[in-house]
Each structure stands twice: as structure tokens, then as C-alpha cells.
Design a protein around this ligand. Sequence first.
Ligand SMILES: *Cc1c(COP(=O)(O)O)cnc(C)c1O
Length: 431
Amino acid sequence: MNFYSLNNPNNLASFKEAVIAGIAPDKGLYFPEKITPLSKGFFENIDTYSNHEIAFKAIHQFVSSEIPDTFLKSILDNVLDFDFPVIEIEEGVATLELFHGPTMAFKDVGARFMANCLGYFSKNESNEVTVLVATSGDTGGAVANGFLGVEGVNVVILYPSGKVSDIQERQLTTLGQNIVAMEVEGTFDDCQKMVKTAFLDEEITATKKLTSANSINVARWLPQLFYFLFAYKQAKSKDKEIVFSIPSGNFGNVCAGMVAQKLGMPVKHFVAATNVNDVVPKFMQCGIYEPVPSIATISNAMDVGDPSNFVRIRKLYNNDFAVLKENLSSFSFSDEETKTAMKKLYNNSGYVADPHGAVGYLGLKTYQKLNPDTFGIFLETAHPVKFLATVEETLNISPKIPSQIQKVMGREKKSIKINSYEALKSYLKDP
Ligand SMILES: *Cc1c(COP(=O)(O)O)cnc(C)c1O
């Protein structure tokens, strides 16, 4: 399977080339040349397949023969070794819990899948690959965990000093081996700017193979479509049309759901729920896309002012605004509304949601006001303890810390403090 750049359809790359490069040389995002639907029978009988079988059927056409089938199956065994339960918490409202992985954020699946693919492709290469990534919190831990010990791959994670939670910091600074954490005196936007500058810096790229590990990379983006298939498998028996509400930041997750739809999965509608960073909700109202600087919120993994995957979403619906509108609604919510939703969920159903999941819940309820006869699934993208301070303060409870998290709490933090791009550059040139 070839992928082409959304900046120029003549710029093609194989799956392997797209994974190693991350982004096309013309700075466009890679997009699959073709999406071939799976059979109707597959979706009718999806409950007779294991999650591993479903994932293999869904991802195989994108990877094609570039990774041997037996090896691809073993990658999926590694990646999908935890549950993805759909739990009904109100009549017609369910949560899809994506936080049962090693770092308790939904990014675990994409990060592990990408790490395994990159590990496979780097095995017989003499030139090591360096994964360079900026994080506002959740990406860093998932990437550090997914890439730990992968041969031929080094990882450098930049995070804003003092602006990630204690748990998140420990998840990305305590592993060692091939994982290096850089603590940047500045904001997440500063980290992101440094990463972007490094990718364009020929003094670095002349000798170092750099790639990114955010949802721009097809190997991190595409496996997220599994979630929607696993949810469909569990919700199919409800005999109602299914609506997914996805708390969105860079819009990689919702975009992967739309690929599942292209594969033939029956779904009535997608809702992309955002915090006050509302570029897409505004676009869906008036058709004008206007990126702005991001605003800090309590759902900080979604503080994005110019969502990178939105171009892919537009492409999936052939850049036709009317068709896009039939399939996607987008709503924005304030921190106050988010906290109120967390309280309502806890008081009415005993369900402890994290701020991101609560935004997803709000998006679903807004859509269901006009479309009540649907089965709605909102994605719970992080375990509430990942956002402990907000959850404790809003709900007046102290949730139990799960064992995955407890494991890192006692470990010693190791980071390199930097306060300029030059410091990053000199490290990358001579680690
Ligand atoms: C990354 C993240 C999101 C946003 O996902 P996108 O694919 O960037 O839209 C939502 N919630 C949590 C907890 C995240 O870590």
C-alpha cells in the first residue's frame, strides 16, 4: 500500500517510508492511496472474532506485505494485551474505556504499535532512528513506555517544566535506557517549536534520521481505528444506530474512527467534543478554518489551536462540507461545564470520569438532545488518576492509585534541563 502526501498526490511513500519519515518531505501528512472496505459478513459476525483477529483484518491492507503476516500478528499480540470495555452508564449512553493500558492513556495502543513497526524496520539498518516528540503530558508517558528497549531507536521527549502532573512527569523521566527526557523552561508551544525547528535543521538531519511519534505518523494514527471496531463488536446487539463522541485535540482519534467507517463499520454519526479550543466547532458552523494560539484548560491533552489531523478528516469526505456535516458534529465546552458534567456523572451513576472523558460525555448529550433514539458511546481517553488534582478537587474523593501508576511513583526522575533550541541541537548532534 502506498501513501501520498496531502500537499502533493505525486509524492508517494510505502508504509515503511511513511513510518520512518513521519511527515512527507513537502511537509504534507501521509494519506492512504486507497481504503478497501471489509466484507459485510465481517461486520455482521464481528462478535465471533477476537480483538486480535479484528485488528489484523483492519490494519493488514495498510501494512500490506511490508511486515510479514506472522510478525504483524505478534506485534498485535504485544499491543493489544488489555481490555477495551464498553460500559453503559445511562440508558443509551455508554463509555468506551481506553485507559487500561500500561500508562493508562489511550495513546498506549498507537505508541506501542508505532514502536513495534519502527523497531522492525530499523532492525537491519546501520543508522539509528531518533524519535523526537514534544508532550503536554500524556503522549510522553505512552511513547516512553512503548519505545523502551526497542533496538535501533532512541527517543528524546521534550516537556514543559512544571506544567505536567507529577504522575505524568515520572512516567516519562524514570525509565532510562533509550529514553531521554528534556525538561524545557517554557510552555508546551515552546517545546513544539523546538521539535519543528529540529526537523527543518539540516545540520542535524544531514547525519541523524529524525522522526516524530505524534498522530501525524501513520503508524500511530491508524491503529486507533481498532477502538471503534472493538466498541462496535460490544454495542452491535443494542440494535440502535451508534454515535461516537470523541474528546478531541489533534483530531487523530476521531479521524481514525472515520477510517473504520470507510472500512464499512455501520455508524450513524461522529461527535468531536472539544474544550474552549474551538477551531473545529467554529469551522463546522461557518465553514471557515482559522487556527489560533491554544488556551490552557483542565483537559490539557486537548489544548490545541491548529489540529494537525483535520486535513485528513476533510480528505476522507472528499473536501465536501455538506457530506462532512452529515457525518460530523463538533461542540465546545468550558472548564466549568466540564466540572459540572464530572459531578453529574459521579452523583447520578457513580462514574468517575477524567476531564477529557467528561468533555466527550457533554458532546454526546448535546447531540442526543436532537437524536434521542441512538446508542451513544463516548470515549474515556485517560484514567481519572492521570488528572488527579482536578478529579479530587471537583469530586471531593481520593481515587485509588492503580498498580501501573504506583510502580513509577517511587522511581527517580532523570531529565536534562534546557532553555534554548541551541541546547537541544547540541545534544542531538552529539548525545
Ligand atoms: C491525546 C489525548 C486526547 C486527544 O486526542 P486527539 O487524537 O489528539 O484528538 C484526548 N484525551 C486524552 C487523555 C489524550 O491524551
